[in-house]
Design a protein around this ligand. Structure first.
Ligand code: NAD
Length: 363
């Protein structure tokens, strides 16, 4: 009963264990909630220490996808998959085509994409067995690299935060500390630089910073210096858990707005610490939803201009989340969860209405 209890606790609809001896595939697909539409979420390939650890990861991540899609206004549910194995040594065509067969067996209840440990090429193998895969390369008619849309969403989200904190959304002259100089940070810096912001940047790999400096001017700082800078905005775009008991007391910025996933180490405690310090935190899964918006767009025939337009909506979404947070004096990650749950409840209500000849009746 233990697994059913966990599913019930987190509200999962379906968890599928996939095993195939010939290919060596061991995978778990978790469908959290399909109230809004098919469950979409990437496939992570990791050398998990145990099946329990893999199960825990896929349950947690798939639930997160439900909230992310709901708050971004997408008609998608939350899902995720994990493949147990070493992504450096155990990847091959057969593994991913076998996985594609299992995805196909769900007949569209779950749509997959790349994630940590998998890439566009792996998804091309998956696509040989199922059409329920997104985030494939531009050459094959897919959406390709999502980071330009993610970065644009982070940029407009940052402007929404500026408006809420300072009554004006201009970033001109604002001092902004950017952690990481990878895909998301690079595009983001270009937007910020064009608007006249003063940028401080860091990365653990010097060549990444140099690449950013080819198109913009910025002050380069050491990785450990980034938290303490006397800046207006801190933008994490590298790794998770960077907002924690140790870093939050150091931060002088009044806004935290960046694309990295899982920024709060201890969600409730660290979210509350930021509220107490009057630091406006843009919930990561909201401000970086451009990546999901981008792959969702591919399902309707990809057009980057449409994806960008949709990502622009992050400005209004974040403004509403901040408003609710201020009115109710609750951390922004709590107000965004509330807004997502409200949408799920409301749309779930509409689905109950019987309409002849409509697909929604069979949900
Ligand atoms: P990336 O790998 O291109 O860039 C990350 C950069 O962070 C790398 O250059 C790396 O060297 C640097 N880095 C690692 N540790 C660091 C440290 N301690 N200090 C400073 N820099 C450090 O990844 P990306 O695609 O730019 O994604 C960045 C973050 O945004 C990740 O958390 C990712 O999950 C998240 N995200 C990305 C997208 C997207 O569209 N790419 C979408 C949603 C969320």
């Amino acid at each position: 009963m233990e697994n059913f209890n966990v599913m019930e606790k987190f509200g999962h609809e379906q968890v599928v264990f996939c095993s195939n001896v010939e290919s060596g595939l061991k995978a778990i697909i978790a469908i959290h909630n399909t109230t809004l539409g098919p469950a979409l979420g990437g496939t992570r390939m990791l050398n998990y220490k145990s099946v329990d650890q893999a199960l825990n990861d896929v349950l947690r991540l798939s639930r997160g996808m439900t909230y992310k899609a709901a708050v971004a206004g997408l008609n998608l549910g939350g899902g995720k998959a994990v493949i147990l194995g070493d992504s450096a040594t155990q990847k091959n065509e057969m593994l991913f085509r076998t996985f594609g067969k299992f995805v196909e067996g769900l007949w569209g209840r779950y749509i997959t994409a790349e994630d940590v440990g998998t890439n566009v090429r792996d998804m091309e193998y998956v696509r040989m067995e199922t059409k329920f895969v997104t985030g494939i390369s531009k050459a094959l008619g897919g959406s390709g690299d999502p980071s330009p849309v993610t970065s644009y969403g982070v940029y407009v989200g940052m402007k929404a935060c500026a408006n809420a904190q300072w009554g004006n959304d201009s970033l001109r002259g604002k001092k902004i500390a950017v952690q990481g100089a990878g895909h998301v940070a690079r595009n983001l810096c270009e937007h910020l630089y064009s608007e006249g912001a003063e940028i401080f940047i860091t990365d653990i790999i010097d060549s990444k910073v140099q690449r950013v400096l080819e198109t913009i001017k910025a002050h380069v700082v050491k990785p450990e210096e980034i938290y303490e800078l006397d800046v207006d905005i801190f933008s994490p775009n590298a790794l998770g858990a960077v907002l924690n008991d140790k870093t939050i007391p150091m931060i002088k910025a009044q806004i935290i707005a960046g694309g990295a996933n899982n920024q709060l180490e201890e969600e409730d405690r660290n979210g509350q610490m930021l509220l107490d310090k009057n630091i406006l935190y843009a919930p990561d899964y909201v401000i970086n939803a451009g990546g999901l918006i981008n792959v969702a767009n591919e399902l309707e025939g990809y057009r980057q201009d449409r994806a960008m337009k949709h990502a622009e909506g992050i400005y209004d979404i974040l403004s509403r989340i901040i408003k609710v947070s201020k009115e109710q004096n609750i951390p922004t990650h709590v107000s965004s969860n509330k807004i997502a749950e409200e949408r799920l409840a409301k749309i779930g209500g509409i689905r109950k209405i019987y309409t002849p000849c409509s697909n929604s009746n069979v949900r």
